[in-house]
Design a protein around this ligand. Structure first.
Ligand code: 3PG
Length: 310
């Protein structure tokens, strides 16, 4: 049996119970687990990856420099959904397999999205009279694992649910009892609340812009538990200055957080650290799936959930 070193490199650590579960999987395979948490300085990551054969990460940046330093590396698993933090081309060039763990943390993110909606419609819990979600139109922008869970939970709130997804067939969306619309424009025009679940890609970056958000009806609420890069921050600020009815709540602090907070103290909220997937359950699900995928890859060459080219 070949000996392997598996590094868990998480600047934002998993719950301890999840780390225990990951360790169990890795050690049962006869491998060694090395833990690098809250490493802060990038130099610490560059040092730790030197002799790692496999790495489990979260939103940690794995770019060409890290891949260059990780001479023994065979696989990186992003314990989570979005892999925009990994340079896929550089990984392929270094003959490193990259995977994600789709669906494993999606309920946690969806619960937070609904929690943020309640917070926003209750005026950030400032004691003034707010509104209810019941009967409001919710627009789910991208109907993947998180979007579907948002629909399931929102149904319990009595919301009317719409979705737009450029890649998901309408029939799949409608099979859930969610109304599928034909374009993002139609979704924003129709819905009181928009919940973002698009990945950050070259096509989606800055795509949530003034023209799109301005289509929302009076009192519109934009909820972002996806990625900050998809928002055109300058245009959203401009629009919120003009339209004093709009609110923006986000789990991914914008680059212009201070400006948003200063200009819109009652209409804007950002979590200090992305916490959608920060639950024991999500950490256990995604962390253990990552460990199992690593063992399956190293022992049997299983490449399910591979996201980069060979
Ligand atoms: C994801 O893409 O899975 C989520 O954004 C969670 O990211 P995190 O692991 O950094 O909390």
């Amino acid at each position: 049996m070949e000996f392997m070193k598996v590094l868990v490199a998480t600047d934002k650590p998993f719950a301890k119970v999840a780390v225990d579960g990951i360790r169990k999987e890795i050690e049962a395979a006869g491998y060694e687990l090395v833990l690098l948490e809250k490493y802060g300085e990038r130099a610490n990551l560059l040092e730790a990856v030197k002799d790692a054969n496999a790495i489990i990460i979260r939103s940690d940046i794995i770019d060409a420099e890290v891949l260059e330093a990780a001479k023994e590396l065979k696989i990186v698993v992003r314990a989570g959904a979005g892999f925009d933090n990994v340079d896929l081309e550089a990984a392929t060039a270094h003959n490193v397999c990259v995977m994600n763990t789709p669906g494993q943390n999606s309920n946690a993110v969806a619960e937070l999205a609904l929690g943020m909606m309640v917070m926003a419609v209750r005026n950030m819990y400032n004691g003034t009279s707010g509104t209810e979600l019941k009967g409001k139109k919710l627009g789910i922008h991208a109907y993947g694992n998180v979007g579907r869970n948002v629909a399931r939970i929102a149904r319990g709130f009595g919301m009317e649910i719409y979705a737009y997804d450029a890649f998901c067939p309408k029939e799949v969306i409608e099979a859930d009892g969610t109304k599928a619309v034909d374009s993002a424009e139609e979704l924003y025009e129709t819905c009181d609340v928009i919940s973002l679940h698009i990945p950050a890609t070259a096509e989606t970056k800055n795509s949530i812009n003034r023209a799109l958000v301005n289509r929302m009806p009076k009192g519109g609420l934009l909820v972002n538990t996806a990625r900050k890069e998809v928002i055109n921050e300058a245009e959203l600020i401009e629009l919120m200055e003009e339209r004093t009815d709009l609110k923006y709540v986000t789990d991914i602090m914008p680059a212009a957080d201070l400006m948003f907070a200063e200009k819109f103290p009652t209409r804007y909220f950002a979590t200090p650290k992305k916490m959608g997937a920060q639950t024991a359950e999500a950490n256990i699900n995604a962390g253990i799936a990552a460990a199992q995928q690593i063992v399956g890859f190293l022992k049997d060459g299983c490449e399910r959930f591979r996201v980069n080219k060979k």
